[in-house]
Design a binder for this molecule. Structure first.
Ligand code: APR
Length: 194
């Protein structure tokens, strides 16, 4: 596990399966129609059961879906998490089609929903880097910068990235390092009593 404190929130990187994570919310790498797919989406719907599809169907009926770069929140059915935040990242088209902005926006929208619902722990997968083909090194940088720049106030306790493979974990670890060397003031344990 790799972690880093930033303004009262711990950013944590772990290798694993997002459907098994105990967190207030796990984030789904969804599509804008909110219809079930493979990858994270398939795994979340299988593990969570029909309550998730029912909630997505209601959102489809009410507002037609969820545009790329935005997110919606539903119940989590049988998952250990309380909520699922369905975030829609962009399909990779070579990098000049606004992909980075849309990907950053999907992360920001997810944190905004988490904050609005008073959630303290949120677990993200690596949005867009599977079926949608976003190169993971670039996606990791966008993801961590977006999250670091949009941490809610009052602080959320933990933002966890759950990476499926060791390669993905390594890419996110490099991107986390690139955020800059951690200052002692970022870690509440090191600043206690000051
Ligand atoms: N836990 C964590 N990560 C996972 C899991 C899992 N259970 N399953 C897959 N992953 C990883 C993939 O290896 C990839 O690195 O999540 C990353 C995102 O992959 P996708 O799930 O394919 O998401 P994305 O690229 O955003 O594509 C979204 O795929 O499943 C459909 O409905 C979904 O149309 C949407 C599209």
């Amino acid at each position: 596990m790799i972690e880093r404190w930033l303004r009262g929130t711990v950013l944590r990187l772990v290798q694993g399966d997002i459907t098994t994570q105990a967190a207030d919310a796990i984030v789904n790498a969804a599509n804008s129609a909110l219809v079930g797919g493979g990858g994270v989406d398939g795994a979340i719907r299988r593990a969570g059961g029909p309550e998730i599809e029912e909630a997505c169907a209601r959102i489809r009926a009410e507002r037609g879906g969820c545009p790329t770069g935005s997110a919606v929140i539903t119940a989590a059915g049988r998952l250990p998490a309380r909520y699922v935040i369905h975030a829609v990242g962009p399909v990779w088209r070579g990098g000049a089609a606004g992909e980075a902005d849309l990907l950053a926006s999907a992360y920001r929208a997810s944190l905004e929903l988490a904050s609005r619902h008073g959630l303290r722990t949120v677990a993200f997968p690596s949005i867009s880097t599977g079926v949608y083909g976003y190169p993971v090194e670039q996606a990791a940088r966008v993801a961590l910068r977006a999250v670091a720049g949009a941490l809610p106030r009052p602080p959320i306790e933990e933002v966890r990235f759950v990476l499926f493979s060791r390669t993905d974990l390594d890419a996110y670890a490099r991107a986390l390092q690139e955020l800059g060397a951690p200052g002692a003031e970022e870690n509440p344990d090191q600043t206690a009593g000051r």
